[in-house]
Design a protein. Structure first.
Length: 76
């Protein structure tokens, strides 16, 4: 299974935010938890329905979104 196949976007789940396997756990929840200092094991304990590959998928998805982001600068 491709890691990104674990990311689902469904308008009926969390208003279409990217989620993990159609669960009510969004990619941004996982990223925020990691940024707050939680370990992967702590996240898995907090969300027992998650799998290790779900966390990897969230990170990969976030990196793909940032990779395609356009940055515009305004010269003063």
């Amino acid at each position: 299974m491709n890691l990104l196949d674990r990311i689902t976007i469904n308008p009926d789940v969390l208003v279409g935010k990217p989620t993990i396997r159609n669960l009510r756990i969004s990619v941004d929840q996982i990223i925020k938890a990691l940024a707050a200092g939680l370990t992967k094991d702590e996240i898995l304990e907090e969300y027992p329905e998650l799998e290790k590959d779900d966390i990897k998928a969230a990170l990969l998805y976030a990196s793909k979104v940032l990779e395609s982001e356009k940055i515009f600068t305004i010269d003063a």
